[in-house]
Each structure stands twice: as C-alpha cells, then as structure tokens.
Write a protein of this length. Structure first.
Lengths: 312, 437
C-alpha cells in the first residue's frame, strides 16, 4: 500500500528537479522590455506596421571607430517638454548602415535599435525614422542625443552626438505658480480663493474681479492676477497631464490665498494622491501632499478639501 | 457508506437547484466526447444503461512565469506582469442521455483576465444510437447549442485529459477558445467518425469584439471526417482531416462630426499659427466580409510499451485569414490575404501509473507573405513562432495531477544590433495542479 506513495514522491522529486533545471538556464534572445520606465522611449511611427519595431538593449552604445557613420539627424524642434510624446526623429547614415542605435547620453539604462529604411535616391544615403516619447521626470535642461550607425555584421560605427535636445519643464513659466499634481486618472480640481474673495476653479479660470473697466467681465491681464492653465482629466476625458497650475506673471495680490483640492469625479480610480506645491521664480518654496478617495467625489457640489494657504 | 452519503448529499443539493437525478449510466453509456477521467454517477443501478445524470468537474490552479513580464501596464491598464497564480479552469459539467436525446451543460470559471464565470458548453442533442454499442458515440447526434468546433483533434480534446497546459499556438490563434454556437451533426459508423457543423464563426475569445455573437449572416461550415482503429491489442490509431470555410468580418467606422484638430507641426508643444486644422465630418465606412478557410489533418497513435502507454500525435493546419486571436487577420485593412500555417508534433509517455513525460513542438506562421525593410531592401520577413515544450506530470489516477511545463519560445519579435529580426526572451514556465471531481 505504501509503494504507490513512494513512487509518487519519487516522481514528484524528479519532476521538481527537472523543472528547476529547465527554468534556470534562461536561453538567448533580445530583451522583451517595452522600455516604459526609460526617459526616452522609441517606437515605430507606422502604427499599422506588422513587423517588430525598435528594440531596447541595456547598456551603453558600444563604441566604434569607423564606418558606418551617422551623417545627420532631423529633429523639427530641439526644444521639448517633459513628458512630450510622439516627437519624430530621423536622419541619414552611410549606405551600409542597417540600423541606428540611439539614446540620451546622460540618462537611461540602455539604447534603442532602429532599423534603417530606404536609400535616399538623391543622396545615396540610408534613411531612418522613429517616434519618441520622453519621460515626465526627465531632468530639465540639455541632453545630448547619442547615435551610432550599425552595419549588417553588427559592427557599431563612430558615435554621433552633435544634437542637443533641451528639455523644458512641464511647469508653466511665471513669477509665482501654485501647482497641483496627482497620480491617478481622477478628475481633481485646484480651487483657490483670492484675498478679494474670488474663487478660482476650472470654471472661473482667472482670479481677476469683474470690473466696469472691462464691461463687467474680468481682465485677466490685471496686475496680481493668476490664471489657471488647464482643467486636467475634465469630465474624465483623460489627458495624462494630471496637473493644474495657477500662474501669476507678477506678484500675486497681497493677502492670504486659500488653497483647496476638490475631487470632482473619481473616473474609476479608487483614490488620488496629490501634491500641492508653490514655486517662486521656478524654485519650489512649499509642498503639501494629500490624498482623496473615490467617496470624496462630489461633482463640484462641495468646496473641496482645504489643504493650505499662502500669504503674499 | 461514506461515498453513498456523499452521493445522496449531492443529489439533495441538485434537487435544491432544480435538477432531478435520473437513473444512472452504470456503464458504457455514450460517453460524451469531451469527457475524460472519472465522473460522478448520481444514482444506483439502472434499467437502461444510457440513462443517468452525470456530474463531473475539475479545477486547474497554476503558477506561471514568463520571461517577458514587467511590472508595468499596457495602454488601457492591462498588466504586463504575467508571473502570477491563476485559476486557469474550474469546470462543472452536467450530462444526461436518454434513448433519443441528450443534454450537456458545462460551466467555466477562471481568473485569466480577472474573475469570470461563463457557459462553456450547452449541448442539447437529438440522438440516434442505431446499432452502436454503448462504448461508441451514437450513429447520429444532432446538436444545436454551444459546442467545440469540430476542427482537428486538439480543439475537441478536453483540457482535463490533455497533459500539456494549453493547445498549440496555431490552434489558439485560429480558435482563441474551443466553443462556438451553431448546429452540429456528428457520429460514428464502425471505425468511421464524422462531424459536420455550421457555426456563427465567432468563437469565444475572438478579438474583434463579437464573441459568441455574429456580425454577418454568413456561417462557417466545418467538416471533419476520420476514423478510429485498433490494429493490434493495446494499439489505437485516430486520424482525421478537417475543412473550414467561412467569412470573417471587417468592422466599418462610425460617421464623424466636424471638429478641430491640433497638429503640432513644429513639435514645440504650443498652438502656433496654422496648427489648428479643420476636420470635416465624414460619413461612416461600411463594414465588409471576407473569405477565410482552413484545411487540416491530424493523427494520434497510442500503443502500450513496458513503461506504459505511449502516445504520438501530430496535427497540421493550412489556413487563410483565420487568425482571430494572435495576429488577427484583416485582409480588408491590409488588402492582402494572410496565408497561415501551423503544426504540432508531440510524444507523451506514461512512466508507470503515476507519472507522464512529454515533449511537444509547435510551429505557427501567421503570415507567409510578410516583408520587412532591412538595409534599404525589401526582404521576406518570418513572423514564425516555434515552441518546444517539455512536460512532466505526476498523476493520481482519476483524481489529481501535478504538471510542470517549460515553453521555450523562438520567434522573430526582437531586433539584433544590426536591426535584423531575432528571438525575444519570452519563454514561459507553468506549474499546475489539477484535481478532478
């Protein structure tokens, strides 16, 4: 009666050993990562392409001394925003290049391989093109775009790093900025009450008071006025910004500015962790984290959560 | 005594949910084609062996690990991580057969894409048994309902009986799930087996959004003819050839309204002059249907050896525009028919009563006419996926099994440094526990 159990245990041990032996040796092949966590993400601009697109590889671009070489890079605008997506990169290389390796020289953990496409009949050079997304947390300032052409035998050519991309902050330019950022698909609203009692929210995007001088309307260019730059995720139409900023081009009206955060709609998100920050001339002067959960959603019928106040 | 009590308890539970246990299928009632292993016969001795309510079921819980897992999500929120525990299948099946009719209902629960429970099979049938013995299928069986599409052997083989974790990649691409709605005529005449089905052509799991519905009036016609022979004691040969002919569906587009589109021509993230473009409303795009077909052949040989039962099996399918689960064929969008080919070959060996080992390799080319640009030239591109799957199972006969399987997947989804398509690291490991009711 015991024999079947002994056999069973023996077979289980053998199965486990074989399974372990099978799992340990990871076979060859390229990295399957999508590179979502990279500051530069490269993909094919042709969304209908049936063949595999650019490939991510860990590490620095291997250095080469000679051919093939990158001959030029086409970038419509070298200035870009943090988190900008769909920027087209392209260029030309020696006719023997079968791929281009590219990365940002100073950030990221690897590089992308982009297959070359066609010989340009007018120049006889090989062309390439790809689309690129840039990380939201990519440091502002200049970043060198580093490239190298690759030959059919896998030989990397000389590194090309003549192109410098300049990353600009997502934070809008202004003397004073009150910035609300959050981490989910919820529709959060920045609600600020000015010292004069005017409530600024996405439906009333300026802190200026109505006046006779402006025919009963508001003059958003009046001194001390703040303007709300956007209504992110409005009506749960997701825009990926998850940020709203009240921007003052000059000193805000003197007095106390009360700041609230209102969860207009949860949009299916269980909660939203937010950060409220004050910037003066681009320097962060204060920061206050907080959290709202889906049951706090009020469709605009409440004043929102009081977070802090700033005196100017 | 204990077993009797359990059975009585089950009868009581079934009575509560409105099922009346009938007489038992004591032996050799026409075993439903997808049933394997033990079943629970709900009552005792029967005057007619073909009558009885049979309750059976099994559950497959597993841990799986994939080399291409990442702790990220895809656009839309689908998790990229696949290293997880998953309830692959938990199925409960009720069957009853009378002299001229039969009934089968199978429910499926799983957590593959989150918790889900669905009807997996619903097979009300009229049966003419003829002279066929109880161990054979009926001579004629007409079913209208939800049943496995009778194309090849893999598709109709029960996951309960199959030792390999899943069907081959080609089979899963052509038929993302086994069942479809329709009419089926099937049966046995001696060694000859046949099945003719007319189905909606939208089996469960298709990616066009019309699962188990039918967006076009055309129906898929499926025919399988084959046989089962026992040329020598302990040896069994099953073989067949299958044909499928039908129409796929290309979904048109809704009309659009007038609108404004911002085109960031200079890529500076700002709206500049000339970057707001009028987008005039357009009429909708009509839907279209397209032809698809498949031709397949399958063979399975079983024979007794000193070690136990040895099983050799193979299946090949040639198809056009039939991929509905992996690289979905859309000849309207691409203007080119997709020529697909897939095959699977395997060996399975019992090691006594308590262990089984196996090795299976399968191949799938979803588009034999694909091209890629390499070094400025248009060159043929192979999108083929080849999988090698060694498998080991520990079996408690008729009750439970532990299966470990490694899938070494070789494809062309990566790129070498030179930009040439190459294999991507996406091997998979599965450890599964199956317990049968």
């Amino acid at each position: 009666m015991r024999r079947p159990i002994v056999h069973a245990l023996g077979a289980l041990a053998a199965a486990s050993a074989l399974a372990a032996g099978l799992v340990v040796p990871a076979c060859g092949g390229e990295s399957p990562t999508l590179g979502v966590d990279q500051p530069l993400r490269v993909y094919s601009c042709d969304t209908t392409a049936q063949v595999s697109g650019p490939q991510f590889r860990e590490g620095a671009i291997p250095t080469g001394a000679g051919a093939p070489t990158v001959l030029g890079v086409d970038v419509a605008d070298r200035y870009l925003l943090q988190g900008q997506r769909g920027k087209k990169l392209g260029g030309s290389a020696d006719p023997t290049a079968t791929a281009i390796a590219l990365r940002l020289a100073d950030v990221g953990t690897g590089y992308w391989i982009v297959p070359t496409q066609l010989l340009d009949p007018s120049t006889g050079n090989m062309t390439w093109e790809a689309c690129a997304d840039f990380g939201r947390d990519l440091a502002t300032g200049p970043h060198k775009l580093q490239l190298a052409a690759v030959a059919a035998d896998g030989t990397f050519g000389q590194t090309f790093d003549d192109i410098e991309l300049v990353v600009q902050p997502l934070l809008p330019k202004g003397h004073v900025v009150i910035a609300l950022r959050w981490d989910s698909d919820a529709d959060l609203d920045l609600v600020v009450q000015s010292p004069t009692g005017k409530t600024v929210d996405p439906k009333h995007a300026s802190s200026a008071q109505a006046s006779k001088a402006s025919d009963g309307g508001v003059d958003p260019s009046a001194p001390g006025t703040g303007k709300l730059d956007r209504d992110s995720n409005a009506a749960c139409l997701l825009d990926a910004y998850r940020e709203e900023d009240l921007v003052f081009q000059d000193a805000p009206t003197a007095g106390t500015w009360q700041v609230r955060v209102n969860l207009f709609a949860a949009c299916g998100a269980p909660a939203a962790n937010f950060t409220l920050a004050l910037y003066v001339d681009g320097v962060q002067r204060a920061v206050q984290p907080g959290r709202l959960v889906d049951t706090d959603a009020n469709g605009g019928d409440g004043p929102g959560l009081f977070v802090t106040e700033f005196a100017f | 005594m204990k077993a009797t009590k359990s059975i009585a308890g089950l009868c009581w539970v079934l009575a509560l949910v409105g099922v009346s246990p009938g007489l038992a299928r004591a032996d050799g009632g026409a075993a439903p084609s997808t049933t394997a292993g033990a079943s629970l016969i709900l009552t005792g001795a029967a005057a007619d062996p073909t009558q009885g309510l049979v309750l059976s079921g099994y559950s497959q819980g597993q841990y799986e690990s994939h080399q291409d897992s990442e702790d990220q999500v895809r656009p839309g929120g689908a998790p990229e991580n696949q290293d997880r525990f998953v309830l692959r299948r938990a199925r409960l099946k009720l069957e009853r057969e009378w002299a001229w009719s039969s009934f089968l209902l199978e429910l499926d629960g799983n957590t593959v894409n989150g918790p889900a429970v669905s009807i997996h099979h619903a097979e009300p049938s009229l049966v003419y048994r003829g002279e066929n013995a109880a161990s054979l299928p009926p001579m004629i069986k007409a079913t209208v309902g939800l049943f496995d599409v009778p194309f090849g052997h893999e598709l109709v083989e029960s996951p309960r009986a199959r030792f390999f974790a899943e069907r081959s990649l080609a089979s899963r691409a052509f038929f993302p799930s086994e069942p479809d709605l329709g009419l089926r005529l099937s049966g046995a005449l001696g060694w000859f087996r046949y099945a003719l089905a007319v189905t909606n052509g939208e089996p469960a799991g298709v990616k066009d959004g019309y699962t188990l519905r039918d967006p076009n009036a055309a129906k898929d016609l499926v025919l399988r003819v084959g046989g089962v022979a026992n040329p020598a004691p302990g040896t069994k040969i099953q073989f067949g050839t299958s044909v499928l002919k039908g129409k796929g569906f290309y979904r048109g587009a809704d009309p659009t309204k007038n609108g404004l589109v911002w085109r960031d021509f200079n890529e500076n993230g700002q709206i500049d002059n000339g970057e707001l473009v009028a987008s005039a409303g357009l009429t909708g795009v009509p839907s279209q249907s397209f032809d698809r077909w498949a031709l397949g052949a399958d063979m399975r040989i079983e024979f007794e050896t000193r070690l136990g039962l040895t099983t050799l099996f193979g299946e090949v399918t040639f198809a056009s525009n039939l991929d509905r689960g992996l690289y979905v064929a859309d000849p309207i969008a691409t203007s080119v028919d997709a020529r697909e080919i897939g095959y699977v070959v395997g060996l399975q060996q019992e090691l006594g009563k308590y262990a089984v080992v196996g090795l299976r390799t399968d191949y799938y080319d979803p588009n034999a006419d694909l091209f890629d640009r390499q070094g400025g030239k248009l060159v043929p591109y192979r999108q083929t996926v080849r999988t090698f799957s060694p498998m080991l199972a520990l079996v408690l006969p008729g009750r439970a099994r532990v299966v470990v399987q490694y899938d070494a997947i070789r494809d062309s989804m990566g790129r070498t440094a030179a930009g040439v398509p190459t294999d991507l690291k996406n091997d998979a490991f599965t450890a599964r526990l199956q317990v049968e009711l």
